[in-house]
Design a protein around this ligand. Structure first.
Ligand code: IVH
Length: 670
């Protein structure tokens, strides 16, 4: 028995050691077959003597019993986020802010630099050197316990490798990112498509989907990996610098960013940023930038935190990414206003972390201007959340089989002749009952920022249209549970929930209602302006183009579209029916004469006491305007933390610059 115990312990140590060499160092010294043999020996002994099983046994990595649900846990030290620097200017601004906050007028800070991993953040807790719990980031304050799943990741040590001279930390929480390696991601998606499952959009989603499995045996089959980048709770060890702390993490058995290095002062920092950006495509996993951290932990402490992010670190994002792919086809989409938009169908290609297979080509002129032909190799580009775009064809790659796209004269859905007024780029379907238009108008009406009807996704809208249950938005309010519950895929409960959601949407503010109607040229902002100027729909019914034109910010096209809409008998009938169904529209209060009236604001940097959206709403509610770029017309620049190029431009143009506090006082004066 004693000997068996010793053998089990020895096997655990051996296997963990080989697993570390394979998964962390990428440098195995025994064959897979030899590993399997030792593993089976351990498995057999553990089955025979379960009481002798070690807490860090590698046999746990295959997964365990499925869970009912994940349990929430509070993070003892919150997992905050990072502010972004989008370019070199903004990195320089970050460096200046660090110096300023340290009350140093000049000097060179020592920074630590590493990859900004594009995966899933987790926190791993080790007590007396043993992995006891792993949490997702969650909202930063509370995460979910995904220990079972994390144990299946071979790059996460089940116990810390402790050198004889080192002390075992009482508690240490390792923070880092779980990643799905790119090459393996491509293979996973191939397999998923073959077996009829939808592919993951990008490696981050694949990592997150794999970690969210209640059955850890599924997670165990996903080749996830892990990189450490920081610490949460730390008891019983101390470090002087971030760089040292990551070297310790490495000694404990973790992988850290291979890019990890130090830079003194901003020029070295920028040189590293350029180098890393050029190298990003060579990494086996997705990164979206570098994370720059003040290296000294003492200075980090002096700098402290803003509300949600440290002052001592910044995520330096990389520039947009371009790729080359094939333009397979151009398809046409009919929008809610009848606009017929050509869409590029592309051979799927990953660009900046997302697989792109479609991109808008806007209109016929745009296709001509770009000179793209069907079958061309084209450059596509995207960054972050920005919609992917076709940049240009590669003319030199043509082989003569490419074909020009001929824009149709009739609507691809209802075959009505398209309208394309002189001087306008967009062709439109004029048929008010074109099914494509109804579909788009209804999905727009129910969307989050409009009537916000939960549970009415595109699929359900399609179903309701197909079953002839609705024809326009007003029909939604005539639906009943009886009618819905027998629809395919619906059922009693979802029918009830949907009717409740529809009922709830009956109370709607006037601006949201106007936006929801889907009037051409009336986005959220214009809807708000109209709602501030007019008290109800009746007032709008009699408004003339000239009256509308007098309103600041309403241009001739919008004026024309709005007055046309409220003179259209079909549209008026829909509104009347909505009102008859009991839609309750609450008017907006008109702003009084405020000092902010007509003043143009630009917001930049990170605000601490409010969100940017909140600041925008506040300004607009006081009749001010918010613009996205600084120009001579700008009245005020509100500069939050880490303000960048906009601040420089505003200074150059002599625009009045307000700190967040100045801005708050200005609001209070109103
Ligand atoms: S340090 C106090 N280092 O970026 C915050 N974060 O916006 C310390 N991330 O959700 C975070 N790579 O998951 C840090 N090398 C790195 C990182 C990194 C990726 C993620 C992290 C977090 C987000 C912060």
């Amino acid at each position: 028995m004693k000997e068996t115990g010793a053998r089990i312990k020895q096997l655990c140590e051996l296997l963990n050691q080989h697993s570390y060499r394979y998964y962390v160092l990428d440098d195995p010294i025994i064959s897979d077959a030899e590993y399997d043999k030792l593993f089976r020996e351990l498995e057999q002994l553990e089955n025979k003597y379960p009481e002798l099983k070690q807490s860090d046994s590698p046999t746990q990595r295959v997964g365990s019993m499925p869970l009912e649900h994940f349990t929430s846990f509070k993070h003892e030290v919150p997992m905050l986020s990072l502010s972004n620097a989008m370019n070199e200017d903004e990195i320089e601004t970050f460096d200046q802010q660090v110096l300023k906050n340290l009350e140093a007028n000049s000097g060179e800070i020592l920074y630590s630099v590493e990859d900004k991993f594009d995966g899933v953040a987790v926190s791993l807790r080790y007590e007396e050197g043993k992995f006891i719990r792993g949490l997702t980031r969650g909202d930063g304050f509370t995460g979910e316990d995904i220990t079972q799943n994390l144990k299946t990741i071979h790059a996460i040590p089940l116990s810390l490798a402790i050198n004889a001279v080192e002390q075992i930390p009482n508690v240490v929480e390792i923070r880092g990112e779980v990643l799905f390696p790119i090459e393996k991601f491509d293979k996973l998606n191939e397999d998923r498509v073959k077996s009829g499952q939808p592919p993951f959009a990008n490696p981050r989603n694949a990592a997150s989907g794999s970690l969210r499995q209640l059955d850890s045996q599924i997670t165990a089959q996903r080749p996830l990996t892990f990189f450490a980048y920081g610490f949460g709770v730390l008891e019983g060890v101390q470090f002087e610098s971030h760089f040292d702390s990551l070297h310790q993490a490495k000694a404990w058995g973790f992988k850290v960013s291979p890019t990890l290095s130090r830079a003194r002062g901003v020029s070295e920092l920028l040189a590293l940023y350029r180098k890393a950006e050029a190298n990003r495509e060579n990494l086996p996993y997705e990164v979206d930038g570098l994370v720059i951290k003040v290296d000294s932990l003492q200075l980090q402490e002096t700098l402290g935190f803003r509300q949600r992010s440290p002052r001592w670190a910044i995520a330096a994002k990389f520039a947009p990414v371009e790729e080359i792919t094939k333009l397979l086809d151009i398809q046409l989409q009919v929008g809610r206003t009848g606009a017929v938009t050509p869409v590029a169908v592309l051979e799927p290609k990953r660009v900046g972390g997302v697989v792109v297979s479609r991109a808008t080509l806007h209109n016929e002129d745009e296709i001509k201007r770009k000179g793209v032909l069907i079958g061309d190799q084209v450059v596509i580009r995207r960054q972050g959340d920005v919609i992917p775009a076709v940049v240009a064809p590669i003319v030199s790659a043509r082989n003569g089989t490419e074909q020009e796209f001929v824009f149709p004269q009739t609507c691809p859905v209802c075959q009505s002749d398209l309208d394309k007024p002189e001087g306008e780029a967009v062709a439109r379907c004029p048929n008010p009952s074109c099914p494509a238009k109804s579909h788009q108008r209804i999905t727009h009406f129910v969307s989050r920022n409009a009537a916000d009807i939960d549970g009415l996704g595109e699929k359900v809208v399609n179903l309701l249209l197909e079953q002839d249950l609705i024809h326009d938005i007003s029909d939604l309010y005539g639906l009943t549970t009886d009618r819905l519950e027998n629809l395919p895929g619906m059922g009693e409960l979802s029918a009830k929930n949907l009717i409740e959601a529809i009922d709830k949407s009956k109370k709607i503010s006037f601006d949201k209602f106007l936006y929801a109607l889907g009037i051409r040229h009336v986005g959220e902002r214009t809807a708000k302006i109209l709602a501030q100027q007019f008290s109800d729909v009746n007032e709008l019914r009699s408004v003339t183009e000239e009256q509308l034109l007098k309103i600041d910010e309403i241009g001739p096209e919008t004026a024309k579209a709005v007055s046309k809409f409220f003179r259209d008998p079909e549209e008026l009938l829909v509104i009347e029916r909505l009102l008859n169904f009991g839609i309750e529209i609450t008017p907006l209060e008109k702003p009084t004469d405020t000092k902010l009236a007509g003043k143009i604001f630009v917001l930049t940097g990170t605000l601490e006491k409010m969100t940017r959206e909140g600041a925008k709403e506040k300004i607009e509610s006081l009749a001010g305007k918010v613009s996205s770029s600084v120009s001579k017309k700008t009245d005020y620049l509100v500069a939050g933390e880490a303000a960048g190029s906009k601040l420089v431009k505003a200074q150059a143009l002599g625009v009045k610059i307000l700190s967040e506090d100045d801005f708050l006082s200005l609001l209070e004066e109103q």
